[in-house]
Design a protein around this ligand. Sequence first.
Ligand SMILES: *[C@@H]1O[C@H](CO)[C@@H](O)[C@H](O)[C@H]1NC(C)=O
Ligand SMILES: *[C@@H]1O[C@H](CO)[C@@H](O)[C@H](O)[C@H]1NC(C)=O
Ligand SMILES: *[C@@H]1O[C@H](CO)[C@@H](O)[C@H](O)[C@H]1NC(C)=O
Ligand SMILES: *[C@@H]1O[C@H](CO)[C@@H](O)[C@H](O)[C@H]1NC(C)=O
Ligand SMILES: *[C@@H]1O[C@H](CO)[C@@H](O)[C@H](O)[C@H]1NC(C)=O
Ligand SMILES: *[C@@H]1O[C@H](CO)[C@@H](O)[C@H](O)[C@H]1NC(C)=O
Ligand SMILES: *[C@@H]1O[C@H](CO)[C@@H](O)[C@H](O)[C@H]1NC(C)=O
Length: 921
Amino acid sequence: MSLLSLLLVLLPPPSLFYSLKNCTADFYDRTVIDCGHSHLTTVPSHIPKSATLINLGPNQIETIKQTDLRGFTQLQTLKLGNNHISLIEDGAFMDLSSLTHLNLAVNHLSSLTDNMFKGLSNLVTLDLSINKFRNISKFAFEPLKSLQEVYMSFVPVDMTNIISHTPSIRILSVETESFEADVCPFPLLNLTMLQLGSFPLKKFSVHGNVLPQLEYLILSTNHHEVEWDVPNKAVLKSLKRLELSFKKMTTESYLSILQSVDSVEFLELTTFGNPFDQSVMDAACSIPSLQKLKITYRNITMINDTYLRACSNLTELGFYSNALSELSECSLRMMTRLKRLNIESNGLTRIPTTIRNLSTITHLSFLSNHITKLQCSDFLNLPLLEELNLNYNKISKFKNCVLKDLKNIRVLYLKHNAFSTLDESFRSSFPYLVDFSAEDNYLRLVHKGTFNKMLYLTDLNIKSKSATNVENGTFEGLLNLRHLSFSQTYQSGGIISGLEHLESLVVFITSNKETVVSNPVTLNLSSLQKLTVEVDRNVCVDQALYNLHNMTNLQVFSLETICCDIPTHTFLETPHLQKLKITNCVDFSPDLDLFKTISELKFLDLSHNKIQSLSFFSRANLTKLEQLILRNNELQIINETIFEALPSLKYLDLSENPFACDCSNAEFIIWAIKNKQVQVVNGFQYRCSSPLSLDGQFLLDFKVQLCWEETSFLCFLFSSGLVLFTLLSSFIYHFMRWQLAYGFYLLQAFLYDSKKKRQGKPSLYDAFVSYNCHDEDWVYRELVPELEERQGWKLCLHHRDFQPGKPIIENITDAIYRSRKTLCVISRHYLQSEWCSREIQMASFRLFDEKRDVLILLFLEELSSNQLSPFYRIRKLVRSHTYLSWNQARGNKALFWEKLQKALENGNNPAGNPNRHAANV
Ligand SMILES: *[C@@H]1O[C@H](CO)[C@@H](O)[C@H](O)[C@H]1NC(C)=O
Ligand SMILES: *[C@@H]1O[C@H](CO)[C@@H](O)[C@H](O)[C@H]1NC(C)=O
Ligand SMILES: *[C@@H]1O[C@H](CO)[C@@H](O)[C@H](O)[C@H]1NC(C)=O
Ligand SMILES: *[C@@H]1O[C@H](CO)[C@@H](O)[C@H](O)[C@H]1NC(C)=O
Ligand SMILES: *[C@@H]1O[C@H](CO)[C@@H](O)[C@H](O)[C@H]1NC(C)=O
Ligand SMILES: *[C@@H]1O[C@H](CO)[C@@H](O)[C@H](O)[C@H]1NC(C)=O
Ligand SMILES: *[C@@H]1O[C@H](CO)[C@@H](O)[C@H](O)[C@H]1NC(C)=O
């Protein structure tokens, strides 16, 4: 662990975390902060003050304190909806001078005080829906000078407190028992939309021209009757859209409303009680400007011939969420202008015959009924029909004749029906189709040629719920196709090519039985931009599922499969891939080179793959990667240095991994908190899975300092060691410097020895005589005359033969190596002299290295083994060698010299037995 990290741990935390606690900064706009779904009980304190949007819901916040929102001067949108807020302290919004949108819906607020909204002078939209207001102060809305939209549905309030301070109000949605526009101190000149919600509204009153701009009015009430007090039709002259949603309402009430709104173009009638009776219908359709009528009510099963008699001028008619099972033969006959008819979420079992001959109709929807069959005559004479929506029905067969006269049909939706095949009759039925969907059926077989007449098709979706066999060549010739989705039972191999304009392709590989795929499908679609491959759980992909050829425009590739053995060459021909998603693999262990060729990648999602290590990134050439999603894998330890290979990374999501909370993650933890480039998304919510004692704790709460405390103990040991060493060395130097010098010379000697050995010069002397100056007298008196003059040896004596000026150690080693033998004249003084043992050392190097007997020990006086004991090496030599003793030889000098002569002669005979010429003690 580096020193830098240690420093980082010790530094105080920066005030702005790059990875936010309990919040996420939006990838595209870092000032957009999302703290929703985080179980917060208070407003987090770490949100950067530069935020322009903060979402804090849903959470469990109870109080907004004065200090919670200090300093957010840039904030434009604040979402506090879906919390438990019951108290907002006065002045809590004081600093939010830029705030334009405030959402406090679905909370427990019971009162609005005078100073609560102080500071919100630029607020445009305020949502207070679904709270528990009991007390709204008179001046609560006074600071809201710019307010244009107020939503307070499901909150019965006295509106005058609101509108008397907000003259520019545009949209008002409130609960009130009575709306009396004329009570207001000024006309609501800018009011365009008014919603009066579902608690008992009893009175609606407008007399003067006080709502000149009102376009959209929604009235809903539980009450049976509304006192509708609009005496003059001109009062609501701008009203274009009216929604009436009543539980139970008298016919009189309906009539009084419908007869005073002449300008309405779009009317929606919703009820939960009895059906609107004939007179209500007549009144509704008699509104002169009415074009669209939408009816939602539960209790109507049948529409008779007269019911819509007044509605002949409608262009749009819709029946929703009814029990409608029948429309009588002539119920729609009078509709001479109808363009759109929607009969959705009803109980039709067949196409009502009344729609035949609706010569103006362009859009028909029977979405979500119980239609099982289509007859040849069902769509007779609908010459302008462009779009037919039969999604969510129970149709299983389609006869050739059904749509044969529909020359203009472009769009046909058959999603979620009961088709098992698009059979023969299907072919050539709809030559002008542009958009066709038979998604979510149970197609087993799609014949080649099914679509081969549909040359204008741009969108085709036959993605099925079951294993489908799509014949080879099915999509041949669909040159205009842009979006294609289909399912396919895995066959061996295949080619999809020739679809020159295809931009997006979704393939769902299915199988009825467990299958192993080994022959890939080849895709050669040069304009394809988006490819999605989903693979059924039964199918295991052995190697390549797809060969992606010539995919020069591919930008998005997403693969969902259990077996993800993705070969290295997969992305060779997709150089512009920007988004890649590979998920749900059982075992994803990509080759190190897999990502090498897609250097433009910006987004990579590898969630749900059981990944255990990220080492494969080290070789990836992903220099543009900005977002990396690794949710729900098996990563325990993150080596953050891996991300150095991803220099553009800004967004990293590692949620739902089983992190190890120990020192192996310490560096990652520090990096996650302190790095200034990569936002570790939801990092503060990551949990530990190991060790067991920390199971469930937060990863980033792990005390990384502990890791360095161990290290600092080591540091302590090391530095104390250093101090001790220094002390010891000075101590040793003081008391043992000679031994040290000796060691130094020994080393030098050793080096010199090796050097000399290599040189291998011939001997210049017969013997080098090593002695102490105290014994010089004996050497010159006895030894030199005997050996040099009588026996004729050439001796090296240091006083006489050493070269002056040369270092003494070099002289000694020179002398030893240039002499055949080394003769040590040992006495008490000799042993004590400071460098004599160096000579013995040197000689013994030679002795052992060259395995030659170079050393001759000559004891000048008798020495007890006690006296020898400090001189370990000599003792060893004495033990292993025999030696000469002058003291013992006093009686017989001749024999002594003879023995010495033999010892000197022996020099050239390395194998010779030293005992032969040694005198024993
Ligand atoms: C963040 O959320 C965790 C629980 O997920 C909670 O314990 C913590 O107090 C929260 N932090 C803040 C600042 O609210
Ligand atoms: C109504 O809106 C317009 C601009 O949309 C504005 O200029 C005018 O002041 C507003 N009227 C009132 C009464 O606020
Ligand atoms: C719906 O109609 C049935 C009879 O058709 C009636 O019994 C029932 O009360 C009605 N429901 C409502 C809510 O009016
Ligand atoms: C048609 O149905 C409406 C509503 O169900 C009903 O009020 C009306 O009397 C019926 N008209 C005829 C002729 O049956
Ligand atoms: C339909 O509109 C025409 C004029 O566009 C009008 O004369 C006629 O009365 C309207 N019919 C109904 C039933 O309102
Ligand atoms: C699919 O059809 C093409 C020609 O349209 C042919 O070359 C290819 O071999 C066929 N593939 C299979 C698997 O039958
Ligand atoms: C890729 O396209 C080129 C021409 O656009 C074509 O010549 C080549 O055969 C194609 N490659 C493959 C593998 O089909």
